[in-house]
Design a protein around this ligand. Structure first.
Ligand code: NI
Length: 170
């Protein structure tokens, strides 16, 4: 297994639309294992392949408190979403230290393939629902700040650029 480099906003590669996985094979399982290692190491609750510059429709999540319920969703699709929405404060491993409120459907039902290529469905609300929707956005080239106003987004972009310049200079 290997730790993967997480792209930092506003890296333009974060806006790539990922392609469906055509076969869940050893290559894909290796990507999944590396993504889990990277997510746990960064103390995240979710990670999309897009964030590690792999543009295939794979996300990993673990919203459990014990960090012992890894779940992989390959080619995830939302098959049902509630009409009622909820606001959550979101963060992202591609924007460390930046949090803001995003409104999304409260409850979703998702169909995906697991690491053996078997189809399954999960239904959830709360953190799991937010996390899966957030990660699925990444696969469509969308970062959570794209849900915010242009004013807020520009402010965050400037802050991230400044931080990156400082890191380069250090
Ligand atoms: Ni994210």
């Amino acid at each position: 297994m290997a730790l993967l480099n997480i792209l930092q906003y506003p890296d333009p590669r974060l806006h790539t639309v990922a392609k469906p996985v055509t076969e869940v094979d050893e290559r894909v399982r290796r990507i999944v294992a590396d993504m889990f290692e990277t997510m746990y190491s960064a103390k995240g609750v979710g990670l999309a392949a897009t964030q590690v510059d792999i543009h295939e429709r794979i996300i990993v999540v673990d919203t459990s408190e014990q960090r012992d319920q890894p779940m992989v969703l390959i080619n995830p699709e939302i098959v049902q979403r509630s009409s009622d929405c909820k606001e959550w404060e979101e963060g992202c491993l591609s924007l460390p230290g930046i949090y803001d409120k995003v409104t999304r459907p409260d409850r979703i039902r998702v169909r995906a393939l697991d690491a053996r290529g078997e189809s399954f469905e999960i239904e959830g609300d709360g953190l799991l629902s937010v996390c899966v929707q957030h990660e699925m956005d990444h696969l469509d080239g969308k970062v959570f700040v794209d849900h915010l106003s242009a004013l807020k987004r520009n402010r965050i972009r400037a802050r991230m650029r400044k931080r990156q310049r400082e890191a380069e200079a250090a």
